[in-house]
Every structure is written in structure tokens, then in C-alpha cells.
Design a protein around this ligand. Structure first.
Ligand code: ADP
Ligand code: AMP
Length: 214
């Protein structure tokens, strides 16, 4: 099963993608996590990506597409995967479609986690992320068991640089301009499902499970 998560930054794509990955035993692939891991390790890719990420801009397609195609070519992706944060532009979606099509393959579901901009701004300020394992929390809605510490790996949680309010508005603008058109792209392919992302995370997941079973 190959799944794409769509939705604004902070809509809950990563939260749901992790739950899907656990339940269906497929890898959760987040291009944002891949970039953050590279930034942490100080690789040339990380240094280049950081310049865009810190401003709330998209990393150029040439860099992003190569990383994603290399990742989905790995053996653990044979039975499917859930993509979180990719594609974010129409050209990225076209390259992915082409690469899959060459192997007689395709994406099965594109799930749009729908959350209005007003809720997004609140969620981002409360998000805390683990830069070691990629887990995310919310200080009110999805708190870790011990304040400031990741439940999964015990590392310190941080407020991501790009979750600061001045950057969040830029990211939302970029989302509406460059990423939202993907909703029609996948609707036209007949694989789009929209779920109400304002519900609590278990309820959102139940709706997604129903979509995947249908
Ligand atoms: P995305 O991957 O779309 O950027 P995240 O999954 O990181 O979004 O979620 C953004 C923030 O909102 C996080 O702090 C997360 O804990 C919180 N969150 C996720 N799902 C919900 C939900 N259904 N209700 C309230 N808060 C949520
Ligand atoms: P995310 O973790 O998905 O919120 O992504 C964080 C940041 O990484 C984004 O704001 C972009 O700067 C960059 N990024 C992640 N995925 C992509 C992508 N598919 N295309 C371009 N930039 C991306």
C-alpha cells in the first residue's frame, strides 16, 4: 500500500503517518525528517536545505526528488510506504508518478488532512519535536509522558526553528501557493480522500482506517 499524506504544515500529517506506519507495518518517510537529520549531522545536503527551511521556503525540487526516489528504492519499501511532506509541488508529484509508472506501479491513496489556517497557527506554537527519532508532540493536545522528553527515545524535545510564529505564516503561504494544487491533482486521479483533521488524533485515525479499508 502506497499512501501520500497531504495537508498544511501542522495539520497532523506526521502524527497520522506514524500511526498508519505502525498499524500497517510500512515505513514512514518524511522528507522533513530526512533534511533535519542531515542538518543535525552537518552534511552538505543539510547545510543547503537549512537555508530554505529556516525561511519557511521549500527546498528546491532537484534536491528533494532525488532524496525521495533513493529512499523509496530501498528494500523496506517493497510492500509500500506512507509519504509525509512529499510531494509538495506538482513537479514533485509528476516525477514520483513517472518513476512509479515505469515499474507499472502507482500511489493507492492520497489523504488530505484538512485543518483551517487559524488552528494551524495554534498547533505549531505548541508543537515539540524530537530531532533524534522524528516523534512530535503538542504541549496541550499530545503531551509527552515527561515534560520536554521524547517518549520514544528519551531525547530532549525542541521547538523547531521553523515553527516560530514569524516563519509559520510564510510556510502557510507557501503551502497555499505551491502544495494545495496537489489536492486537485490527486482528485483528478480519483484517489483523493479528505479527512477532518480538527478532530482528536484517534478520531482522525479511525476515519483514515475506514478510508484505507474502503
Ligand atoms: P505535520 O506533520 O502535518 O506538520 P504534526 O503531525 O507534526 O503535523 O502535528 C502538528 C502539531 O499538532 C503537533 O504538535 C501535534 O502533536 C499536534 N497534533 C497532531 N494531530 C493533532 C490533533 N488531531 N489534534 C490536536 N493536535 C494535533
Ligand atoms: P516538514 O517536516 O514536512 O514540516 O518539512 C519542514 C521543511 O522541510 C519544509 O518547510 C521545507 O522547507 C522542507 N521540505 C520538506 N519536504 C519538502 C518537499 N517535499 N519539498 C520541498 N521542501 C520540503
Amino acid at each position: 500500500m502506497k499512501i501520500i499524506m497531504l495537508g498544511a504544515p501542522g495539520a497532523g500529517k506526521g502524527t497520522q503517518a506514524k500511526m498508519i506506519a505502525d498499524k500497517y507495518d510500512i515505513p514512514h518517510i518524511s522528507t522533513g525528517d530526512i533534511f533535519r537529520a542531515n542538518i543535525k549531522e552537518g552534511t552538505p545536503l543539510g547545510m543547503e536545505a537549512k537555508q530554505y527551511m529556516d525561511k519557511g521556503l521549500l527546498v528546491p525540487d532537484e534536491l528533494t526528488v532525488k532524496i525521495l526516489l533513493d529512499r523509496v528504492a530501498k528494500k523496506d519499501c517493497q510492500n509500500g510506504y506512507v509519504l509525509d511532506g512529499f510531494p509538495r509541488t506538482i513537479p514533485q508529484a509528476e516525477v514520483l508518478d513517472k518513476a512509479l509508472g515505469e515499474r507499472g506501479d502507482r500511489i493507492d491513496h492520497a489523504i488530505d488532512v484538512d485543518v483551517p489556517d487559524e488552528n494551524i497557527v495554534k498547533r505549531m506554537g505548541g508543537r515539540r519535536a524530537c530531532l533524534s527519532c522524528g516523534a512530535t508532540y503538542h504541549i496541550e493536545h499530545v503531551p509527552p509522558k515527561q515534560e520536554g522528553i521524547c517518549d520514544v527515545c528519551g531525547q530532549k524535545l525542541v521547538l523547531r526553528d521553523d515553527d516560530k510564529p514569524e516563519t509559520v505564516q510564510n510556510r502557510l503561504n507557501v503551502y497555499h501557493e505551491q502544495t494545495q494544487p496537489l489536492i486537485d491533482f490527486y482528485r483528478n486521479k480519483g484517489i483523493l480522500k479528505t479527512v477532518d483533521g480538527t478532530k482528536d488524533k484517534e478520531e482522525v485515525f479511525e476515519t483514515i482506517e475506514a478510508v484505507l479499508k474502503a
